[in-house]
Design a protein around this ligand. Structure first.
Ligand SMILES: [Zn+2]
Length: 77
């Protein structure tokens, strides 16, 4: 079953620093701008966006194309 994080979290965009690594943390999520899925930046269970650009598990995430990733901060609703 696919969990829609937008139902539990309110997301706000984080500022992107050009050339710097993407922010990560327990309250940071990555939105894939290609398929619009949201995946935790530190996923402890297998997580993947719909198009496969973001794939994570065990606390780390692999990003296919970083230009398609928008970091957002999530707050529980
Ligand atoms: Zn995607």
């Amino acid at each position: 079953m696919k969990l829609d994080l937008r139902k539990i979290y309110k997301f706000e965009a984080l500022e992107l620093v050009v050339g710097a690594a993407l922010p990560s943390g327990g309250d940071v999520f990555y939105e894939c701008t290609k398929c619009k899925s949201v995946v935790s930046s530190v996923p402890y269970t297998p997580a993947e966006c719909e198009c496969g650009n973001l794939k994570g598990n065990k606390g780390s995430i692999k990003i296919g194309d970083p230009s398609l990733v928008k970091p957002v901060r999530g707050r529980l609703k």
